[in-house]
Design a protein around this ligand. Structure first.
Ligand code: NAD
Ligand code: UGA
Length: 477
């Protein structure tokens, strides 16, 4: 089959998806010139800094690929216009957050960045361009993109040879494991109507992905599959979290329960770890988007079914902050608490929608003094998320404030409790004996990720609450 000739690729959006995805394309498709463009200048500067410790995104394995491909066949620029004009294929990797106002506020996706990009493509592209949806989008967005591409061209363009094919190629990477997911995807999904365009994109993937992993579908199935995959994954977490609460009261152990059910190959053993509630930029937004779509099509019972996944997630976060307060004699006012972990999961610096934000806010509202440590999240990001500037260690010790700690040790001095919120490896092996001596009594550990050895911690003198783990202390909270 004759395919379109693809030599130049442009990716609009240099974020958590655009950056790593294009890096892996560049690694495996040396004959392509790939330009990743973004309107965010500081992000682009970060991608271009010689010292790769400044990369705007932390992902294991990313740095090495950037060092090998950058300025060879991979480029980062703010010149969106120029990169569109030269591209045979354009990936749309822009953000699609939940709308905060107007019709569908709180549920529908805000498509303003997608529309702006489509308008730019309509204006600056030349010849035939394959436009690939990489962003997660509501089903039938491709139609909107097509309308924009065909209807917003200027009069002079209408007589030109400008043509488009629109494809859906959702991204399934998970942060912290992005490079591995991109290098060895479980599947690559390509939806579209133009068979030549589908095969042109498939041909690029075939440089490193086996043919049997490439799924071709119609464009609407592809768009809806992405939302559905995220909804199913998030539903699994709400399910295991709901059972974790029951375990804590019934002497069942969530680890034993998840192992037991995971042996059933229909259930599978992955993605069954209880936690403080799922975070990240996508699960909540994608489920709410699905809820909105169902409501739009008058499938109200289905909308309510999926909405419950998000409600359980909110409940889990609240349940944890409440039990921390209750176990510290009903008040955390002016008490120092050591918070370990602020990113929404381990191995990423991303804090979007992190359970830590909600739990920290609840504790601050109760008057706690938080000392927050995360190996990869910067102070200014936490300030932005909590909307409170970090305090200076030497200042007075009243309530409702937080300190930025640069190590676990520095965060625990004089604190009443350690609260583990992210499953970073270094939190699973705490020096219990040493830390216990430095803390106020009774000293507590709240392990929301179930990563510490509860027996060792109790032996050192700690009171321990661990998610999904019955203990006499749990039952009193
Ligand atoms: P992000 O916010 O990190 O990156 C998006 C980037 O697009 C930003 O840097 C923004 O400045 C840029 N941008 C917006 N409008 C632009 C324009 N007109 N021109 C140039 N640049 C523009 O978002 P992300 O996490 O990379 O997610 C992008 C999309 O991918 C979303 O739809 C998301 O749902 C989906 N997705 C994300 C993940 C993930 O793990 N983060 C995984 C799969 C899919
Ligand atoms: C998720 C999906 O896993 C990806 O396939 C998808 O591409 C991506 O969303 C997206 O569309 O953005 P991501 O959010 O990066 O990826 O990370 P996950 O590993 O899915 O974790 C999401 C949240 O669930 C985290 O807060 C994590 O701590 C939590 N989680 C995950 C649990 O509490 N328990 C688990 O067993 C797994």
């Amino acid at each position: 089959m004759i395919k379109y000739e693809i030599k130049n690729i442009c990716c609009i959006g240099a974020g958590y998806v655009g950056g790593p995805t294009m890096a892996v394309f560049a690694k495996h498709c040396k004959n392509l010139k790939i330009v990743v463009s973004d309107i965010n200048e500081s992000r682009i500067n970060g991608w271009n800094k010689k010292d790769t410790s400044y990369l705007p995104i932390y992902e294991p394995g990313l740095e090495e690929i950037i060092l090998n491909c950058r300025d060879q066949n991979l480029f980062f620029t703010t010149n969106v216009k120029d990169s569109i004009a030269k591209a045979d294929m354009i990936f749309l990797s822009v953000n699609t957050p939940t709308k905060t106002k107007g019709i569908g506020a709180g549920k529908a996706s805000d498509l303003r960045w997608v529309e702006a990009s489509a308008r730019q493509i309509a204006e600056y592209s030349k010849g035939h361009t394959i436009v690939v949806e990489k962003s997660t989008l509501p089903v039938r967005t491709a139609k909107t993109i097509e309308k924009i591409l065909f209807n917003t061209q200027s009069n002079s363009d209408l007589n030109s040879d400008k043509t488009f094919s629109v494809l859906s190629n959702p991204e399934f990477l998970s942060e912290g494991n992005a490079i591995n997911d991109l290098e060895n995807p479980e599947r690559v999904l390509i939806g579209g109507e133009d068979k030549l365009a589908i095969e042109s994109l498939a041909e690029l993937y075939l440089n490193w992905v086996p043919e049997e992993k490439i799924i071709r579908t119609n464009i609407w199935s592809s768009e809806l599959s992405k939302l559905t995959a995220n909804a199913f994954l998030a539903q699994r977490i709400s399910s295991i979290n709901s059972i974790s609460a029951l375990c804590e009261l019934t002497e069942a152990d969530i680890k034993q329960v998840s192992t037991a059910i995971g042996f059933d190959s229909r259930i599978g053993n992955k993605f069954l770890n209880p936690g403080p509630g799922f975070g990240g930029s996508c699960f909540q937004k994608d489920i709410l988007n699905l809820v909105y779509l169902c409501e739009y099509y008058k499938l109200n019972e289905i909308a309510k079914y999926w909405e419950q996944v998000v409600k359980i997630n909110d409940w889990q976060k609240k349940r944890i902050s409440t039990l921390i307060v209750n176990s510290l004699f009903g008040t955390v006012s002016a008490k120092k608490l050591s918070i370990l972990g602020f990113s929404f999961k381990a191995n990423t610096n991303d804090t979007r929608n992190s359970a830590s934000i909600k739990i920290c806010n609840d504790l601050l509202e109760e008057g706690a003094i938080l000392s927050i440590y995360d190996p990869k999240v910067e102070k200014k990001q936490i300030e932005k998320d909590l909307n409170i500037l970090a305090s200076n260690k030497n200042s007075e010790n009243d309530q409702n404030k937080w300190f930025y700690a640069d190590s676990i040790e520095n965060s625990i001095d004089d604190s009443h409790a350690i609260v583990i919120l992210t499953e970073w490896n270094e939190f699973s092996n705490l020096e219990f004996d040493l830390f216990f001596k430095k803390m106020k009594r009774p000293a507590w550990i709240f392990d929301t990720r179930s990563i510490i050895d509860i027996i060792k911690a109790e032996r050192a003198g700690f009171n321990v609450w661990q998610i999904g783990n019955y203990s006499k202390l749990n039952s009193k909270i």
